[in-house]
Design a binder for this molecule. Sequence first.
Ligand SMILES: N[C@@H](CCC(=O)N[C@@H](CS)C(=O)NCC(=O)O)C(=O)O
Length: 201
Amino acid sequence: MHLMKSTTSPFGRLAHAMLIEAGAEFDVELLNPWADPPQLVELNPAKRVPTLRLDDGTVLTEAMVIAMYAADIAPDGSHLKANTPAQYEIMGLAFGATEAAVYMMAGRKITSDDLSNTAFDTHPVAERRRQTMQVALTRLDGMTGLLREDRLGLAELLVVDTVQYMDFRFPGADWRPSIPNLDAWIARVAHHKSVQDTLPS
Ligand SMILES: N[C@@H](CCC(=O)N[C@@H](CS)C(=O)NCC(=O)O)C(=O)O
């Protein structure tokens, strides 16, 4: 299997982390989707990462689709196979927060073609997305007790992904909510390969 991702994408990270947790054999190609690399454009009409090419040539796109596939190919009894309603709730909150964060970055790109230009951040839609992140992370902080530490499934990986992506893209943001439980939990699971090998950079 061949996974195309970028070093920054939280969607690419999710796919990568799930494949690690599934024990899959795959290699990773790092690329910048915005540069339209031909090998990505040929496989994925959306020109986005993650994109996963299976050994038989099948192409999987969209992070959640790849996450579902990873759960499918995980061994019988794997922690990726079954989720509780509470874990699905966590997934939705975390994925929504990730999408909000990426939306903010996309807004900056569309309005200035410069990810470090924060002019877009004052737009009402940006404020709406910021609130999404704040409320979702605050709720997730209150659900930390439901997160596993010994084995990381989709819920746990999504939570790590969204908190670390937020800190990567908006370091020191004064609007970052206080999430002491999540911060402590992330420190305790930071040693997992699926976390360590996929850090955004
Ligand atoms: N819904 C997609 C979103 C993927 C996505 O937006 N990837 C971004 C990087 S974070 C990308 O490749 N952007 C390039 C573009 O939009 O052309 C998923 O869940 O995989």
